[in-house]
Design a protein around this ligand. Sequence first.
Ligand code: RTP
Ligand code: MG
Length: 142
Amino acid sequence: MPEQQTLSIIKPDAVRKNLIGAIESRFEQAGLKIVALKMIQLSRAQAEGFYAEHQGKPFFEGLVDFMTSGPVCVQVLSGDNAITRNRELMGATNPEEAAPGTIRADYAESVSINAAHGSDSPESAAREIAYFFEPGEIFARS
Ligand code: RTP
Ligand code: MG
């Protein structure tokens, strides 16, 4: 499997519930390396730009409200097949459909308030990593 990087966000609900360490720990225990990390408060413009693919959908305004409701942790995860691995660790968007033991099954409240984000393709990962991090903020870790 190819070494990949993916963009992960611990969303405001999970930060509020003191789950930062629990979620980061799942990435590390799965063998993904955290190669960049910061806590930030998204502006509305930042959240709208990040989720631009969903502009116009019925849940878009609520999604922006939610993503700006408190600080988030953004991190770049690196490892074999990291994009798919992270999505597997997160589970399905709707926690009622998420496999047992996944982040969303254990921590999400609903399809809207769902604890974590992960890039869904190599193209998304490249765009999303560059959206939050300068190249010099991402570390090579062997
Ligand atoms: P994400 O982008 O956050 O990793 O989530 P995802 O790929 O699993 O799901 P996506 O379809 O990209 O949706 C982005 C986020 O929008 C919110 N959402 N709410 N109320 C709804 O029906 C609904 N659908 C999506 C969720 O926060 C979802 O993670
Ligand atoms: Mg998505």
